[in-house]
Design a protein around this ligand. Structure first.
Ligand SMILES: Cc1cc2nc3c(=O)[nH]c(=O)nc-3n(C[C@H](O)[C@H](O)[C@H](O)COP(=O)(O)OP(=O)(O)OC[C@H]3O[C@@H](n4cnc5c(N)ncnc54)[C@H](O)[C@@H]3O)c2cc1C
Length: 429
């Protein structure tokens, strides 16, 4: 049978803006929102058809809560969240080796809100649309040509088409290409950033890749309001209590265990055929027996399972000239402390503020180099590139042994992170 073919009408259309934000994940959404709120002309594009549909990075640090508060979004986030006040570190045999409390932090919101990433993204996208700057979904950055006065970008608008006759298959093809001219471009386009690659910026590896398998389920009884991190010499497993009586276990796989790489998916529905579902539950029970035999809350129903790998990488530069990176486009790390997304939100705020100053003629472009300097230094510290947290005289040997894993498991950055480390007798690197 001849395939039904979409005859792509490659019309060009011209768009001019002050800032083009590439990527509508949490980092891009916050960047665009802050730029739009300061009255600048912004275009935000994403190659996907909608925001995230699952929980992914599900915790918001105290500093992110302050940012959301400033954006007047905190009440909306809180309504879909669960508050946690402590992080506890365990050995697999159930020994509670150490704990840190968020309450003593001298900040406005000294706690973490567990908020599924899809809820956060939906709130941000909604607010942005209210500002008259709706995300252009299904728009994929194809090429980027930075110049001294601005950046010329080709953006492919994707449209759906079916091929095959008896059993049509759905594809996305380029409907037309927009020629976008922007004074500045923000690459908030995630780990495989096209903007970073177009700028030729190297993405340095600063630690081993970590493979995880993640399960979300309804336990049979309520869990404590704390994040639990189980550490062995080679692996990290994390228990997150989620809103609506659910929870998440993420188990890091040891070197010999296989994991499929998983892209951020957009399907709102997750399901498995019964035989596969049985196997998923069995694997979860086995992993609990191996890593957390003390977990006695039971499993009522597994509603999401996924394999994912996290790299520990940092871009050599945060940008140059008129193109700048933020969020996962510039870094990725181990997932327990949700540091990559939360620091991405703070970078978004910093970059948006600095771009607004430059565009209004209130500051020179050198403030953008300062942006790079501050965040590169923060990440080199977080990834333990220079040094690990130094143990004080009375610190438990278990904490000294696991300090690298502890550093990436604490839900904070900057001075708040230093205070949490101090509770464990560790000095910030
Ligand atoms: C299954 C899963 C589980 C996760 N669990 C955790 C966790 O437990 N802890 C943790 O810290 N993190 C976790 N993460 C990672 C977390 O989701 C990211 O750190 C976070 O999303 C980063 O936000 P961002 O906005 O910087 O990038 P992203 O959310 O990756 O957003 C980038 C956006 O750019 C778009 N894009 C890419 N290329 C183009 C292009 N050429 N043109 C237009 N748009 C483009 C993408 O479609 C995407 O929407 C998880 C991720 C997944 C997928």
């Amino acid at each position: 049978m001849p395939a039904l073919r979409w005859n792509a009408v490659r019309m060009s259309r011209y768009l001019e803006t002050e800032v083009l934000v590439v990527g509508a994940g949490p980092t891009g959404l916050v960047t665009a929102l802050l730029l739009a709120e300061s009255g600048l002309k912004v275009v935000i594009i994403d190659r996907e058809q909608r925001p995230a549909t699952h929980s992914y990075a599900c915790g918001l640090h105290p500093a992110s809560l302050e940012l959301l508060d400033r954006l007047d979004l905190l009440d909306g986030v809180r309504a879909q969240s669960r508050r946690i006040d402590r992080v506890a570190f365990y050995s697999p045999d159930g020994t509670r080796e150490a704990e840190v409390c968020l309450a003593p932090l001298p900040v406005k919101h000294p706690y973490v809100l567990v908020c599924p990433q899809n809820h956060l993204e939906a709130l941000l996208a909604h607010r942005l649309a209210e500002q008259g700057c709706a995300v252009r979904w299904h728009h994929r950055l194809a090429t980027l040509e930075p110049g001294p006065e601005g950046v010329a970008a080709a953006v492919d608008q994707l449209v759906g088409t079916a091929t095959g006759c008896a059993v049509p298959r759905w594809h996305w093809v380029v409907g037309r290409t927009l020629q976008v001219t922007a004074k500045y471009v923000v690459g908030a386009d995630g780990h495989y950033s096209v903007v970073r690659q177009a700028l030729g910026i190297a993405n340095e590896t600063l630690g081993p890749t970590e493979h995880y398998v993640v399960y979300e389920f309804e336990p049979e009884r309520e869990l404590a309001d704390e994040l639990r991190v189980v550490l062995t010499d080679r692996t990290k497993s994390v228990l997150w209590p989620l809103p609506a009586g659910r929870c998440r276990w993420s188990f890091q796989l040891a070197g010999h265990e296989e994991a499929d790489v998983f892209e951020k998916d957009r399907d709102p529905f997750w399901g498995e055929p019964p035989a596969r579902a049985q196997l998923t539950r069995q694997r979860l029970e086995e992993r609990l027996a191996a890593h957390a035999p003390w977990f006695d809350a039971g499993i009522r129903a597994v509603d999401w399972a996924v394999d994912i790998q996290f790299e520990q990488r940092l871009a050599r530069q945060y940008g140059q000239g008129r193109c700048w990176l933020a969020g996962d486009a510039a870094h990725q790390t181990s997932p327990a402390g949700i540091q990559s997304m939360n620091l991405g939100l703070l970078e978004a705020e910093d970059l948006a503020g600095k771009l607004a100053q430059v565009l209004r003629g209130e500051a020179s472009e050198s403030v953008l180099s300062a942006y790079e300097h501050v965040h590169l230094a923060a990440w080199r510290q977080l990834l333990g590139a220079e040094a690990l947290p130094a143990p004080g005289a009375a610190v438990k040997p278990w904490i000294t042994t696991h300090r690298r894993a502890i550093l990436s498991s604490l839900p904070a950055s900057g001075p708040a992170l230093a205070l949490l480390l101090a509770q464990l007798g560790l000095a910030s690197p």
